[in-house]
Design a protein around this ligand. Structure first.
Ligand SMILES: Cc1cc2nc3c(=O)[nH]c(=O)nc-3n(C[C@H](O)[C@H](O)[C@H](O)COP(=O)(O)O)c2cc1C
Ligand code: SF4
Ligand code: SF4
Length: 290
């Protein structure tokens, strides 16, 4: 039940590149401007507080492989019956896919009322694109996107109060090739096979710890000899590989198998994003504009 006097809202978000976090902060500003009390929880920082003491739940996430990152999907599973309204926002840089749909359907099934859905562009610097020499939507979310996010937060109150409010349409099913890419990056495949293909070349590794710090699931630890060791709780984000200054990490993305898929995505860039990209190269683990 929404408290008449002070609505308490919990927003749980996941963000590695920082774009979802930026949007989350603006949504918070919008909610606070209409008198809501908001707690913002970063999913990488531990288990979110129980939703029992809240009147409203918000989820913020990037699109990963035309779906949700595994950790966000896992968090949704832990939510018990939801007798409160919820809203969601999703950042995406290429083809959004069905992550937003999944999230909204899941929470609606648990009894929640969908009072707002925002999708907005985020800087797409996934290693697969960077490897091909591209970053998509390099300056997103821009000032206009952030203003829209703040207004989205402001409007949640009136959406809740309007009994006839109907949330946004569901997103389109992505084309077959993207569903195929999602299938080969499924959680069970990542956790049984793909994580094992992330290898550290000890002759290149300087034990700097950058990969340990970037890993959003804390899945990389230093072994007894100070070299990074990859666990199975992997999201397949490949930030560890991208950010290694010594190019000491390799993964499935470096195999012959991955080449046609990376090329397929690269060829689609102009069709999907127009000229909203910049050419880049990786220098010592930093994505540099050419
Ligand atoms: C592993 C991975 C998979 C991604 N998959 C998709 C995708 O399927 N569709 C899409 O539009 N964007 C995809 N993206 C782009 C992110 O959704 C986008 O860059 C987002 O802004 C990242 O959010 P963050 O900055 O909060 O981490 C992917 C990014 C990563 C790292
Ligand atoms: S980022 Fe690269 S060099 Fe640094 S510890 Fe990890 S693998 Fe080694
Ligand atoms: S790809 Fe690397 S950084 Fe990403 S979750 Fe897996 S081990 Fe961590």
């Amino acid at each position: 039940m929404v408290n008449k006097f002070m609505v308490k809202c919990l927003i749980v978000y996941f963000s590695v590149g920082g774009t979802t976090k930026k949007v989350a902060n603006k949504v918070v500003a919008g909610l606070e401007s209409v008198g809501y009390d908001v707690d913002l929880h970063d999913l990488t920082g531990g288990v979110p507080p129980s939703i029992e003491n809240y009147d409203l739940l918000g989820i913020g996430t990037p699109a990963y492989f035309v779906s949700l990152p595994f950790n966000v999907a896992d968090y949704l599973k832990t939510i018990p019956k939801l007798n409160i309204p919820f809203f969601s926002f999703i950042l995406y840089g290429f083809v959004i896919g069905e992550g937003g749909n999944r999230l909204r359907k899941k929470l609606t099934k648990k009894g929640g009322r969908d009072v707002g859905y925002l999708k907005t562009r985020g800087r797409e610097d996934f290693y697969g694109f960077v490897k091909s020499g591209y970053v998509l939507f390099p300056n997103s979310p821009n000032a206009e996107d952030l203003e829209r996010a703040e207004n989205f937060g402001k409007n949640i109150k009136s959406n809740i109060e309007n009994e006839n409010y109907i949330s946004e349409e569901f997103d389109e099913r992505p084309p077959f090739m993207f569903r195929f890419q999602r299938a080969i990056n499924a959680k069970w495949i990542t956790h049984s096979m793909l994580y094992k293909m992330i290898k550290v070349n000890k002759s290149k590794c300087t034990k700097c710890g950058i990969c340990v710090n970037i890993c959003p699931t804390h899945n990389i630890v230093m072994d007894d000899s100070g070299f990074p060791k990859i666990g199975k709780d992997c999201l397949g984000c490949y930030y560890c590989e991208r950010d290694c200054p010594e190019e000491a990490i390799t993964s499935i993305l470096d195999t012959k198998m991955a080449k046609p898929i990376l090329k397929y995505n690269e060829n689609l860039i102009p069709k999907v994003v127009g000229d909203n990209f910049e050419r880049v190269q990786l220098i010592n683990g930093k994505v540099e504009k050419i």
